[in-house]
Design a protein around this ligand. Structure first.
Ligand code: TYD
Length: 215
């Protein structure tokens, strides 16, 4: 993240379904709070009132028939609002922002997996994220089958949303896409083995935060 007046830190969690992102984002947010930091724990799609409304539309599957470009644009509209009306202010006030999914999800799902050209994804990123790239992005990596099994166990009895209805092959492609992002941007991205027990994943995350950002 480019430093101006803002003094906060921006950490994102990415990964496929069942990778434990949300749990790990929550654990990190708690640890940072206990360390005396102001924390904004947030998520995408969503994170601001308008973006939460767009989330409902996206996860209902109503946008899917319009194709991946429409989805990429709508995820980006939500992101722009989230950045402008939640993340920026928190960073300017010195908070540590911990976000469950961010721009890499658009790269991985709508870009690499659904085929929206990289140039368009990049242009959307420039519009929505600008200079506000995360300080650290944790990519929680888990074999597709394992992640899917976890996600299904979690959703048992619940109606799966459109994304959770997708198949194993898609999960493998998404996993590959996240690993490719980590390869491209090693200074920002840290791959964590998410098939480890939850407490060990949390330790890996905390060690990295201690080393890189000195909370
Ligand atoms: P969510 O219910 O938050 O699931 P998860 O626990 O997997 O995070 O649903 C978010 C879904 O939206 C998830 O399947 C990934 C997808 N998504 C995109 O396709 N593009 C994006 O830019 C974002 C932020 C999410």
């Amino acid at each position: 993240m480019q430093r101006g007046v803002e003094i906060g830190r921006f950490i994102t969690f990415e990964g496929g379904e069942g990778s434990g992102k949300s749990t790990q984002a929550g654990i990190l947010a708690n640890r940072l709070s206990r360390a005396g930091r102001a924390v904004l724990a947030t998520r995408e799609p969503g994170g601001s009132p308008a973006a939460e409304e767009i989330r409902e539309v996206l996860l209902s599957g109503q946008v899917a028939p319009l194709g991946p470009l429409a989805e990429a644009v709508l995820f980006s509209v939500a992101r722009a609002d989230h950045v402008d009306n939640a993340i920026k202010d928190a960073l300017q006030e010195g908070a540590w922002v911990v976000c469950d999914r961010f721009m890499d999800s658009t790269r991985a799902y709508q870009g690499a997996t659904a085929g929206v050209p990289r140039g368009i994804i990049n242009a959307l990123e420039r519009l929505t994220v600008g200079a506000l790239a995360p300080d650290i992005t944790f990519i929680l990596d888990i074999p597709a089958e394992e992640g899917l099994a976890r996600a299904q166990a979690r959703a048992e009895g619940a109606e799966p949303d459109r994304f959770e209805g997708q198949e194993l092959m898609l999960h493998e492609r998404v996993r590959r896409a996240f690993l490719d992002i980590a390869d491209e941007e090693p200074a920002r991205c840290v791959v964590v083995d998410a098939s480890q027990p939850e407490a060990m994943v949390a330790e890996d995350v905390w060690e990295t935060v201690l080393q890189r950002l000195n909370p």
